[in-house]
Structure formats: structure tokens, C-alpha cells
Design a binder for this molecule. Structure first.
Ligand SMILES: Cc1cc2nc3c(=O)[nH]c(=O)nc-3n(C[C@H](O)[C@H](O)[C@H](O)COP(=O)(O)O)c2cc1C
Length: 198
């Protein structure tokens, strides 16, 4: 596993919603990956966000959005959070911060791409810089397997799957590792952006 690179220690905030704990597993993996890469990380559940946590988002070097895919998009609780950012949108409060996203669903596809695209649009509306997953797809050749990193073959962000009748422990391990990779990548990107500002 790559250790932290040189440069100022970045702060990464994860803004996520999880209805039944599956997305929370990926949020924890993003957190661990970003911390591995030397970031100070805050994870914020957007359905109970406090004023202090809004300020942590404002002060973060990078923000990672996370939500389960519900009815082909991010959960309603995440959309409520996103709509509550409109004042910050008007003030360009998050402009030029790196942003990234992750989601989980019950189906292998489950229309997760749409959720990641929605996160990308949200970031663009805020003038943020989108950080993609940065991995080739796994599990797409006879040499691959369901244990591959990025086994579901996404580019925009980290996508996971968990059987709908099982709890958070059912989030597929390869998808947890993929989310960990995203956390590391966001922290490294945030570090480069922070270094360029000093
Ligand atoms: C209201 C609702 C809508 C859902 N819509 C989808 C969907 O569009 N595609 C899919 O594959 N799974 C769908 N699911 C399954 C969830 O995405 C899946 O159980 C996910 O792991 C839940 O994450 P959470 O525990 O963080 O809420 C839906 C679940 C609920 C409750």
C-alpha cells in the first residue's frame, strides 16, 4: 500500500447518507484510504448534519459525496442535503475543491452510473474539480474475477453492491477495496491542490 507523499496534510470531508448501513461501509473505506494517504478525514452523515459539520465541509480541501442508489439516483436524504447547498453554490463556497463520489446498490448495475453522474453534476454546479476513480475495470476477461478491484467497471467513482436481504457485512470486499482506493486518490489530489495554493 502506498504511503503518504510529501506535501501539506490535506483535509478530506465525506458527506454521505446511508439508509441501512451499506453506504456507511464504503464511507468508512474511503475514510481509511484517505487517512492512509495522510489526510485528516471527517465523515458527515448528511441527514443529521450540524452547523459545525457544514463548517467542516466549507473548510475541507476536498469533499467526497456518497449515497445509496435509490430508484436510480441518490437517496432522497442526499438530495435534500444537495439542495440545502444552494446558498453555498451562490457564494461559490466550494469552488475549486476536488470532489469525488461513491454509491452502492442491490443489483450489480442497479443504475449506479446515474447516481455517480448526479454527484459529478452537483460538483460541477459548485465549480469543483471531479476526481475520477483512476482504475481500469476488473473482472472483464477470462483472467479476471469478482475479487478484482473495480470489478463492476466504473470510471466516475467507486461503486459497490450488496445483496438486498443482507446487512452491511454483505458489501462485497472488492468494492470496499475499490472505495479505499478512491479515498487514497482523493487525498493525493487534495494534497496537490493544497500544495499549489501555498
Ligand atoms: C427505496 C429504495 C430504492 C432502491 N432502488 C434501487 C435501485 O434503483 N437499484 C438497485 O440496484 N438497488 C436499489 N435499492 C437497493 C439499495 O440500493 C441497496 O440495498 C443499498 O445497499 C442500500 O444502501 P444503504 O444501506 O446505505 O441504504 C433500493 C433500496 C431502497 C430502499
Amino acid at each position: 500500500m502506498a504511503g503518504p507523499s510529501a506535501g501539506p496534510s490535506p483535509t478530506v470531508a465525506i458527506a454521505y447518507h446511508s439508509g441501512n448501513g451499506h453506504t456507511a461501509v464504503l464511507a468508512q473505506a474511503v475514510r481509511e484510504g484517505a487517512a492512509d494517504a495522510g489526510a485528516a478525514v471527517t465523515a458527515i452523515q448528511v441527514d443529521t448534519i450540524t452547523e459545525r459539520q457544514w463548517q467542516q465541509l466549507d473548510g475541507a480541501d476536498a469533499i467526497v459525496f456518497g449515497a445509496p442508489t435509490y430508484m436510480g439516483t441518490a437517496s432522497a436524504a442526499f438530495h435534500a442535503f444537495a439542495q440545502a447547498t444552494s446558498g453555498r453554490w451562490a457564494e461559490r463556497a466550494w469552488a475549486d475543491k476536488p470532489a469525488a463520489g461513491f454509491t452502492v446498490s442491490g443489483s450489480k448495475s442497479g443504475d449506479k452510473l446515474h447516481t455517480l453522474q448526479y454527484f459529478g453534476v452537483l460538483a460541477a454546479q459548485h465549480g469543483m474539480h471531479w476526481v475520477n476513480l483512476g482504475l481500469l475495470p476488473g473482472w472483464n476477461s477470462s483472467a479476471g474475477s469478482e475479487h478484482d478491484l473495480n470489478r463492476l467497471g466504473f470510471y466516475l467513482g467507486a461503486a459497490g453492491q450488496a445483496d438486498v436481504d443482507l446487512g452491511p457485512e454483505a458489501v462485497t470486499k472488492a468494492d470496499v477495496e475499490t472505495a479505499r482506493h478512491l479515498g487514497r486518490r482523493v487525498a493525493e489530489t487534495a494534497r496537490r491542490f493544497a500544495a499549489a495554493r501555498v
